[in-house]
Design a protein around this ligand. Structure first.
Ligand SMILES: [Zn+2]
Length: 421
């Protein structure tokens, strides 16, 4: 079955008379959970996010509207990867009905990397939600549980092929000193109050180490091998937003904070956005300057909301306006588009990869800001949809995975973010 679909796809992509894709059809996808233009724009104006600034100048960008009512992050990222509404891709949320963590065998629709693999090309996927245990793909899959992993734990389930040794890329959060955190916190204000803030600073250390780990992993993998699709997801911004937003945006006031709280923790949010800018710069530096790149978030961030039932946290802190930006010869540099919808993401990423949309995908390829060549190519893709990519969904062995203390640790983290009860 997979074979037949592949032949059909090759027929569409490989025949004469097809307009040329103006790029090499390779793509880097960078996910920044919770990234919001409302926080980014002022930092760009202040010259504090130079990599974002030059990326936006060379690319096309605008608002990516998330689902309303709001969905949980794993469901949104699965929609970005499949082009399907959350009710259609099999990913239910953080937990399954039986309270176990969602797992990679839950996907009922092929993700971008399955489609890329089905068309005979390779992918490197790092940290995407619900990719544990890592499954074999055409390329390398690094599971989202890597960020919860200490060296040596969960062996055999974190990366496929499992012959790859990523232990040197794991940044141990306990090795991060307060000095290293000085980019986020005021060490002078902290001085003498270390004990008081130890727990909060550990939360910051853990997520900072997680993002550094994913960056190091990407560096390691692309140093050895080139992939057609490179995907890396960074969760840090969402975690720090949930934990530290109101120390920064003090107009939202669910708690009374002391002056010391504000002095120590008040700059974590802009500090982390500046770190995200550095992450972008580091990722871009790994690839050629004309490499196609797409950046996105699954939603923006508002902070806790005061409703009748009191202060609402978790998903209620999100706002639907996320970000999307792409650098590709398909789109005019510096173009600002008004808005795209969440389900437009997968068709747009497929177009960058030179692949058609399937009939099952109800979203559109971003059409605002196309270049002349881009329009020709996108029109061709729209006239030549494939029926379905369903046969590219790999058969997943229903491995029975033993729940361990690591699962409890992950659940604890999700609970502390207000995501699960
Ligand atoms: Zn969130």
């Amino acid at each position: 079955m997979k074979h037949i679909a592949l032949i059909a796809l090759l027929f569409i992509i490989g025949c004469g008379g097809i307009p040329d894709h103006p790029a090499d059809k390779k793509l880097v996808v960078i996910g920044f959970d919770s990234a919001d233009w409302l926080a980014i724009d002022p930092l760009i104006s202040a010259g504090e996010m130079p990599n974002f600034k030059s990326f936006l100048d060379s690319g096309s960008s605008g608002t990516l509207m998330s689902f309303v009512p709001m969905e949980k992050s794993p469901r949104i990222w699965a929609s970005i990867a499949t082009g399907l509404h959350p009710r259609d891709h099999g990913i239910g949320g953080f937990l399954k009905k039986n309270d176990e963590l969602a797992s990679s065998s839950d996907w009922s629709a092929p993700a971008l990397w399955d489609i890329v693999g089905g068309s005979g090309r390779s992918s490197c996927v790092i940290g995407w939600w619900v990719t544990w245990p890592a499954q074999p793909i055409d390329g390398v899959m690094v599971s989202d549980h890597m960020s919860f992993t200490r060296k040596g734990s969960r062996e055999g389930t974190i990366v496929q092929p499992d012959s790859i040794d990523l232990s040197d890329s794991i940044v141990d959060w306990e090795s991060i000193s307060n000095e290293e955190l000085s980019r986020f916190i005021d060490l002078d204000a902290l001085s003498g109050h270390e004990e008081e803030y130890a727990l909060k600073l550990d939360e910051l250390r853990i997520i900072y180490a997680c993002d550094l780990t994913y960056l190091a992993t990407l560096k390691q993998l692309v140093a050895d091998q080139q992939f057609d699709l490179n995907v890396v997801y960074f969760r840090g911004l969402d975690v720090v937003s949930h934990k530290f937003w109101t120390y920064w945006n003090t107009e939202i006031a669910p708690h009374e904070y002391s002056e010391l709280d504000i002095a120590v923790l008040g700059d974590i949010i802009p500090g982390y956005y500046k770190f995200v800018d550095e992450l972008l710069g580091e990722v871009l530096a790994l690839f050629p300057e004309d490499q196609q790149v797409a950046i996105m978030s699954d939603h923006g961030f508002h902070g806790p909301r005061h409703r009748k039932r009191g202060w609402q946290y978790g998903v209620q802190e999100h706002r639907p306006q996320g970000i999307f930006a792409t650098r590709s010869p398909l789109y005019k540099p510096g173009h600002k588009f008004e808005q795209m919808e969440m389900l437009d993401t997968a068709p747009t990423l497929l177009a960058l990869l030179g692949l058609p949309v399937s009939e099952a995908m109800t979203g559109a390829i971003l059409s605002d800001g196309l270049t002349g060549d881009g329009k020709k190519f996108v029109d061709y893709l729209l006239e030549n949809r494939v029926n379905s990519y369903a046969s590219f969904l790999p058969a997943r062995s229903d491995t029975i995975i033993e729940q361990t203390e690591v699962d409890d640790e992950i659940k604890k983290q999700l609970k502390s973010l207000g995501y699960i009860n």
